[in-house]
Design a protein around this ligand. Structure first.
Ligand code: NAP
Length: 294
């Protein structure tokens, strides 16, 4: 079984298990630990690294530690905000955000660049998409992408302007299975599935008030699923990753042991069809009004 996919029609190849670099930007890691960890990610066979302007020191650290191995991985980032001297969500901010990302990650090109949770009305206006298209024409960016959920995601998918999208896809967040994923397949777009473990809500005995996974914790309880002998981790990961049309599933972690365990899980392939059907049915029965979570 191949554990890599092509990203839509771009010709870019990505490992089915990607690395979500959202957790490596904080102060918990020393630079030495972070460098060893990032090299371990590539040594484990991961060829998609996903970061963003908003992930603290994540981009800076990827540049510092992995610039010498740039040819070995597909680099995905997100722009649209947070560039000094530019108003967020403007043409100038996106253009400068691409240049900033190139510089801080010490590279001459970015493989996939997402507009990061760009509001629908800004997308409709068109300027920020144009800025990204110009960066692609200039050879700075290989693939134009949108990252977000719900109506904005639907607009991006139908717009014909993007090469791919990134959106939440996990057993507690299945909206995209009935809407976004079929559209992405129809239009030949790449799709990166984020939050594939639903941020592991089963680790919390009590409702994790204010935590990122709180909404998924509520949904997990409501759905009444039983992962049986697989355990939640394996059930969640195999469910999300092997949906038809998913190019890569980006799991966030700061532990190589977890990354390697996730790789071993994916070697097992898709869940049995009856278990997939059970998970889909639980969402259909309880998920009315459950939007995609940013
Ligand atoms: N575009 C966006 O707006 C957006 C939003 C959210 C996320 N993302 C991207 O998607 C990536 C993934 O999302 P996420 O990190 O929020 O959620 P996730 O991948 O669903 O869950 C991450 C959590 O799972 C734990 N975990 C991972 N492997 C494990 C294992 N084998 N055993 C036990 N626990 C394990 C991690 O803890 P440990 O560190 O202990 O392993 C971490 O707390 C992010 O890193 C980021 O790149 C993008």
């Amino acid at each position: 079984m191949s554990l890599s996919r092509t990203y839509g029609a771009t010709g870019i190849t990505v490992s089915l298990l990607g690395f979500g670099a959202g957790h490596i930007g904080g102060p918990d890691f020393t630079e030495g630990e972070c460098g060893a960890f990032l090299h371990g990610v590539l040594d484990a066979g991961i060829t998609l690294v996903d970061t963003a302007r908003g992930y603290g020191r994540s981009e800076e650290r990827i540049g510092r530690h992995l610039a010498g191995r740039r040819a070995e991985f597909t680099l995905s980032t997100k722009v649209g905000y947070g560039v000094e001297g530019h108003e967020d969500w403007t043409h100038a901010c996106v253009a400068a955000g691409v240049d900033r990302a190139l510089k801080i990650m010490r590279t001459d090109h970015l493989d996939i660049v997402h507009l990061h949770s760009c509001p629908r009305e800004v997308l409709v206006q068109g300027d920020v998409i144009e800025a990204l298209a110009k960066a692609k024409a200039a050879g700075k960016v290989r693939a134009l992408a949108y990252s977000g959920e719900n109506e904005a995601l639907d607009f991006a998918l139908a717009s014909g302007r993007f090469d791919g999208v990134q959106c939440s896809l996990n057993f507690c967040d299945q909206r995209v299975l009935s809407q976004g994923l079929p559209a992405a397949r129809r239009h030949g777009l790449g799709l990166i599935a984020k939050r594939p473990l639903a941020n592991a809500p089963w680790l919390w005995a009590e409702r994790p008030v204010g935590e990122y996974c709180e909404e998924y914790w509520v949904r997990l309880r409501a759905m009444g699923l039983d992962p049986r002998d697989l355990g939640w981790q394996e059930m969640a990961l195999r469910f999300a990753t092997f949906q038809d049309g998913v190019s890569s599933c980006i799991v966030g972690t700061t532990k190589l042991t977890h990354l390697e365990a996730n790789g071993r899980i994916l070697q097992k392939g898709p869940l049995p069809p009856e278990q997939v059907a059970e998970i889909r049915a639980a969402f259909a029965a309880h998920g009315a009004g459950w939007d995609g979570q940013v």
